[in-house]
Ligand binder design. Structure first.
Ligand SMILES: [Zn+2]
Length: 61
């Protein structure tokens, strides 16, 4: 399963694929993959660093 973050409302949820519409705000948003892929991290979920990253920062990369 993958963790997604809604670009519109910041809602974080687990799903196999990003849905067409956000389950929280109901908008057709962009969803960011915020899954933590670091095995030694041990969090078994989303990466707080990725969740904290704002969509406007994303465009700088
Ligand atoms: Zn949303």
């Amino acid at each position: 399963m993958t963790w997604w973050k809604c670009s519109n409302c910041g809602y974080v949820f687990e799903a196999e694929k990003p849905p067409e519409r956000c389950p929280n705000c109901g908008e057709a948003c962009t969803f960011y993959d915020v899954t933590c892929y670091t095995p030694e991290c041990g969090c078994q979920g989303y990466d707080p660093k990725l969740v904290a990253r704002r969509p406007d920062e994303e465009s700088k990369f």
